[in-house]
Design a protein around this ligand. Sequence first.
Ligand SMILES: *[C@@H]1O[C@H](CO)[C@@H](O)[C@H](O)[C@H]1NC(C)=O
Length: 325
Amino acid sequence: MSFTKQIHILFFLWLATTATLTVGQGTRVGFYSTSCPRAETIVQATVKSHFQSDATVAPGLLRMHFHDCFVQGCDASILIDGPSTEKTAPPNLLLRGYEVIDDAKTQLEAACPGVVSCADIIALAARDSVVLTTGRVWQVPTGRKDGRVSLASETSNLPGFTDSVDVQKQKFAAKGLNAQDLVTLVGGHTIGTSACQFFSYRLYNYSNTGAPDPAINPAFLPQLQSLCPQNGDGSKRIALDTGSVGKFDTSFFTNLGNGRGILESDQKLWTDASTKTYVQRYLGLRGLLGLAFDVEFGKAMVKMSNIELKTGTNGEIRKVCSKIN
Ligand SMILES: *[C@@H]1O[C@H](CO)[C@@H](O)[C@H](O)[C@H]1NC(C)=O
């Protein structure tokens, strides 16, 4: 084969690969490097300044990205205001961090008008939140478009706190995510909190048994009962990773292994064999091939951040994140 011919073949292979990446994935690391070089720095500085006055924006922004991606893909549909949009649905009522996204968007519109999507701001802010809570950094592919559809009725896709492992796995599988992704992404609860109203049913009369959920460690139960008294304030927030809520680490998984999971859906990851293995691997338990949670978390986040991306006329770069153009 002649040298020129080889070059041609290489060139066409390269074209084919590039085309696949553009059509198939739709995002790439450094998408704004020429169109808005300061985009990632602006988002990072904004998240940091809000985090310094209120650290709860970190889990808030992480959860926002997850809730955005599971409904209509990662397209900032979660941010749209209106009478029956996603943000009005029960699973989203306690979402936090909208003001951080709006603040970043205002600065980005001043720096590079009409260039950076709200969906990308959410994806970047979620990463920056993990880093601010001592998690490991990962590169976020960007280039998402913002969607034009946001319906409260579609939020039933979201996993719920009473879901069985099978249901959780089905909901993740519907988005192209496997059992490992499920365990890994739920591991983000390492920095999360929950209101008592979402788990106090486990503490007193679980499933009308007249007794607490037997999956709760008996030594841990009195602590939870005093934090969330029967008929107490249901809106009071409790750490999902007892003893280590501010730090992005594997302590959440250790707690699951000790019957100290807060949400029923979290604790079940330890009861079900298909997910327990991953929890054990993150804990480096003897006899199992270890997995580095901080590394896998970044990978699972990238995978999740590419769910059902908008292309062509299904997408736009919103001028204001809370409304379509
Ligand atoms: C638990 O709830 C059931 C159904 O509401 C009720 O009949 C039962 O008396 C309760 N048990 C206790 C110990 O409160």
